[in-house]
Design a protein around this ligand. Structure first.
Ligand code: ZN
Ligand code: FE
Length: 256
């Protein structure tokens, strides 16, 4: 087993594509299939042969390229059991607690419903990385399309329990817009304010803000901090239940 290599590239307007590769086994996975051409270009550029697609959820900007990519590469498609009928081409359906062997690397599957009802995240514990789709974003979280704030908050808490040094690979570059919102609900968080400056500089230089670490999200992402007294005070919910604070924060973002 070699060190896991990760190749990141842009798809569509603000999606990220990711190839993950183990050089010893030659196993190569594509996390979601937002757009065919950039994925094929990334395979070309790396010289890696695609063996697997790992889908996080059914949305077309995550599974829309499945069949075309599978047709061109003959890869196997792994995806969430609870969205099997909505994701084209799934051959291996996975769900909470499942463990996959990826060229010698362990992959643990988490059900993280809320953005969609069957959304999963993939955690590579030996490699310290997790692909979280549209569940947690840098300074944000996914919109709740198929669930309740309670459900989304319990999903986010599963990811919050990973080792803090875990690199979180989310599926979109939404960070700058998320940052503009985050400071409205957590205005006295000095570390957040410093991070926002850094993000603005990073984006102004045309660079990416993904991945980030869980540790940084725990300290600055308002959607992971509904129990933070400063945030609760700023939105007028001191001492409230974290679920209620999370729901209010998400509602405010929806209309921001
Ligand atoms: Zn989505
Ligand atoms: Fe998406």
């Amino acid at each position: 087993m070699a060190e896991l290599e990760i190749h990141q590239f842009l798809c569509l307007s603000d999606n990220y594509g990711f190839l993950v590769h183990d050089a010893d086994s030659g196993v190569t996975g594509c996390i979601d299939t937002p757009e065919v051409a950039p994925i094929l270009a990334a395979l070309d550029e790396t010289g890696w042969s695609l063996t697997h697609i790992l889908n996080t959820h059914w949305h077309p900007d995550h599974a829309g390229g499945n069949l075309e990519i599978q047709g061109k590469t003959g890869c196997q498609i792994i995806g969430p059991r609870d969205e099997q009928e909505r994701i084209p081409g799934i051959q291996t359906a996975v769900g909470d607690g499942d463990v996959i062997d990826f060229g010698g690397h362990t992959v643990k599957v988490f059900d993280v419903p809320g953005h969609t009802s069957g959304h999963v995240a993939y955690w590579f514990p030996d490699d310290g990385v997790s692909f979280v789709g549209d569940t947690v974003f840098a300074l944000g979280c996914g919109r709740i399309f198929e669930g309740t704030p309670e459900l989304m908050w319990s999903s986010i808490q599963k990811l919050m329990a990973l080792p803090p040094e875990t690199l979180l690979y989310c599926a979109h570059e939404y960070t700058e817009a998320n940052a503009r919102f985050a400071v409205t609900v957590d205005p006295d968080n000095g570390e957040l304010l410093a991070r926002v400056k850094e993000i603005e500089a990073t984006r102004a230089a045309g660079k990416w803000t993904v991945p980030s670490t869980l540790e940084l999200e725990l300290r600055t992402n308002p959607f992971l901090r509904p129990d933070a007294p400063g945030l609760q005070k700023a939105i007028g919910m001191e001492g409230a239940d974290p679920v209620a604070v999370f729901a209010e924060t998400r509602a405010r973002k929806d209309s921001f």
